[in-house]
Design a binder for this molecule. Structure first.
Ligand SMILES: [Zn+2]
Length: 198
């Protein structure tokens, strides 16, 4: 029987995506054996996260600075804006190091099933960014799922009549595929072959 404290940590870890109760217990044991090194490092990193992480007011990225490093980087092309569902997608695309513009995180996708409506997503702030001018291209980088594509078409409709070119990621994305799970090569290829939205 493990102590309550150990159980508490294991059940907290088990809630993390990709970690079930079994691997959570293994992680706890691993940490207990490395109290001086790995546990301290983890505590420090968690404390930093709690104290410093903020959501970028401009794009919705999560970073330790406001605006985030991507929005603040003058070398990035402010004329090209890539719209993604989640922060994880932004990070996945940025790891591929092919897109040199800036991002806009919607915070989800439209879903009748889950009751996610346009006003639940950062679509209004996207339209404001475009209305402010200085943006030539919007890259819709939604997941290749039904809901992702519904979201892309909805945004394309809302952008109609605005002076921007609207493109979306090309095929090469597996149908039903989520950006975050793709290898960087596939992602880079899809971004390179982006096309006007139908
Ligand atoms: Zn930002």
């Amino acid at each position: 029987m493990a102590s309550q404290e150990i159980e508490n940590l294991a059940s907290a870890l088990a809630r993390l995506p990709g970690l079930g109760p079994r691997s959570a217990r293994r992680a706890v044991l691993w940490l207990v054996k490395r109290r001086e090194t790995a546990l301290d490092q983890l505590l420090g990193a968690l404390g930093d996260m709690r104290d410093k992480l903020v959501e970028c007011d401009t794009c919705g990225n999560v970073d330790t600075r406001q605006p985030c490093a991507i929005c603040a980087d003058p070398r990035r092309d402010s004329r090209s804006l890539c719209v993604v569902e989640d922060v994880a997608d932004l990070w996945a695309l940025d790891r591929a190091k092919l897109f040199t513009g800036r991002y806009h995180v919607l915070g989800g996708r439209l879903s009748a099933l889950d009751g996610v409506r346009p006003e639940d997503l950062a679509i209004g702030s996207l339209l404001s960014r475009v209305e402010q001018g200085g943006i030539d291209e919007i890259v819709l980088a939604m997941n290749a799922t039904l809901e992702g594509q519904t979201t892309a078409h909805y945004i394309a409709e809302r952008l109609e009549g605005m002076p921007v070119r609207i493109t979306q990621l090309a095929h090469g994305l597996p149908v039903g595929g989520e950006l975050d799970y793709l290898d960087e090569g596939t992602l880079a290829q899809a971004l390179r072959a982006r096309r006007p939205i139908a």
